[in-house]
Write a protein that binds this ligand. Sequence first.
Ligand code: SF4
Length: 470
Amino acid sequence: MSDRPVLHLRDRAAKALKDEQMRQAVRKAVDRLSGNKDKAARELPNWEEWREQTRLIREHTVDHLDYYLALLTQNIRKAGGKVHFASTAGEARQLIAKLCQQYEAKHIVKSKSMVTEEIHLNSALEAAGMEVVESDLAEYILQLAGETPSHIIVPAIHKNRYQIAELFSRVNGEKVEPDTPALTRFARKVLRDKFMNADVGITGCNFAVAETGSITLVTNEGNARLSTALPKVVITVMGMERIVPTFEDLETVLSMLPRSATGQKVTSYVSVINGPRQPGDIDGCEQFHLVIVDNGRSRILADEEYRAALHCIRCGACFNVCPVYRQIGGHAYGSVYGGPIGSVITPLLENDMVFWGELPYASTLCAACTFACPAKIPLQELLFNLRQKRVSAGHTDAVEKFAFGMWKRFFKLPSTYKFAMKAASLGQKPLVKNGYITAALPILANWTNSRYLPAAADKTFRDRWKKREK
Ligand code: SF4
């Protein structure tokens, strides 16, 4: 899925912690987003019932995915569209590049799509000689900066308007003011031309409706609508699980998605496309292709312990409440999918518990993500299970193995436990000040450098209990 980063999670996080500008931008944005979400949740009567309904829809769909995929395919074909399945990222890249070549595409315009990030589509199309332009404002900024998204809903969350103005000024050859209207005016001017000249429009898919074969796209900028209405050929790329059975179900998930993501009651643009243009339609493409990407999802589907990860509606609410994401931002996760859900799905999609198995440790297991999730995915439970899976497979690092080995040895028997407590109480003496260990300890330095570690009590509970009984 992702190009593997060179650094390990610990080093990536340490690097991110030094980037004060990024941390400030992320903190400000997640506070605003989660505050808006809480307000939107309070405004909707029976929020918990809406969450439960969303969970039921997602669970039912994923449990019957084979049926709904077949129904969706049948209805898209009936409407004149073509459906392709890609079992790996490489297969998807090849397939889409071939389709673009078949239509002699030179210029491609894309709307925001995490699955195309996952399969690294842009570089494959560019290598095949095509110009690919991201039309979502944040994605366009990142494309110019040569960066990847750091949040699934707000991809450029780590950037402030001064950095964006600097970037646009460089592209423009003259100064673009660092205020929002000037920045959007600049992007609009550039992108308008790209839309008008695009041979192919490539989109993601928020939800596909199986009963009608409809593709739903939600944006706040209208770029998905232009990407699907202007080019003659449209290719929609969809993760295999992004389906809802009916339009009634779509209504529920579309009520929850914007509220959970940004606190909006409804997204500014909701576009529903049903295959290519039909006689009498005033706009729309002439050729429509849907590429359904597996890339590890079947493996997750087959595993009952982790299947709930496929219930995700990609709202980003879990990112916005995560105390770890808040500190390290999205790039430190090293994967296209960061935050709590990214820490769950990345090792599973990659089928790699060694390198990517580090990600479930990017969590305090506080469960804020689970409570924020509109689909009620038990994220902290899945993160905990993945840690267990990694440990059981023997992939723990040597220091951790040693520390817990010792802990087990001493805590196993009352006599060794007693001895350990006594030894800790005596051994810590030179490091203790006012009841806390304040000096840096070699293996605990990451903790004790920035926090006080409570010292072990002088007298153990057993000693005090014994004294009380006398
Ligand atoms: S796991 Fe839940 S909260 Fe996180 S992005 Fe998915 S649906 Fe939203």
